[in-house]
Ligand binder design. Structure first.
Ligand code: FES
Length: 154
C-alpha cells in the first residue's frame, strides 16, 4: 500500500505579532494548508538552534520562525538573534545532508493575516517540492525494525 505524502510543517510564532497574524488569518477565513503545527513563543529570541533541529528530528518536513518586523521586537533584539540562529541552523542542516530551505525565518505583524497565510502556503509548497524529511524516514525505519512482528502488522 502506497501512503500519500502529507507533510508536517512546524511554525514557531512570536505571541506579540505572528501568532496574532495567524489568528487574524483564521478570523478572515483565509485558506492555508492544514498541515501546520504552531508553537507559540514569547519572542523569537527565545528559540534556540536546538529547538529548530529537534523539530526536524521529530519529523517536521519544513520549519519556520515568524516574528515581529525588524525594529518592532517587544524585547528589542530578539528577532535579530533569531535570524542569526536560523542562519547557523541552516548551515548545520547542510552539514548533515538536509536542504537548508527546509528552514526559514519570516516577519509577520498582527495585522498581516494574508501574509501569514502566504507564509504557511510557501512552507507547505516547499515541503511538497523537497519531499519527506529523510531524518523522519530513518527514525521510522529504525522504529519499525525494532518492533515485534505482531505490533507492526497491527
Ligand atoms: Fe516578537 Fe521579539 S517580541 S520577535
Amino acid at each position: 500500500m502506497v501512503q500519500e505524502y502529507s507533510p508536517k510543517i512546524i511554525g514557531f510564532l512570536c505571541r506579540w505579532c505572528s501568532y496574532a497574524g495567524a489568528d487574524l488569518a483564521g478570523a478572515m477565513r483565509l485558506q492555508y494548508p492544514p498541515n501546520l503545527r504552531i508553537i507559540q513563543v514569547p519572542c523569537t529570541g527565545r528559540i534556540d538552534i536546538l529547538h529548530l533541529l529537534q523539530a526536524f528530528e521529530v519529523g517536521a518536513d519544513t520549519v519556520f520562525i515568524s516574528g515581529c518586523h525588524e525594529g518592532d521586537c517587544h524585547y528589542m533584539t530578539g528577532n535579530y538573534h533569531a535570524r542569526k540562529r536560523v542562519e547557523r541552523a541552516k548551515e548545520i542542516l547542510k552539514e548533515v545532508g538536509l536542504e537548508p530551505e527546509r528552514l526559514e525565518m519570516f516577519h509577520v505583524s498582527a495585522s498581516e493575516g494574508p501574509k501569514f497565510a502566504a507564509v504557511a502556503r510557501e512552507m507547505t509548497e516547499r515541503a511538497y517540492r523537497l519531499g519527506p524529511n529523510p531524518v523522519k524516514q530513518k527514525v521510522r525505519s529504525a522504529w519499525l525494525a525494532n518492533q515485534p512482528a505482531a505490533h507492526v502488522a497491527a
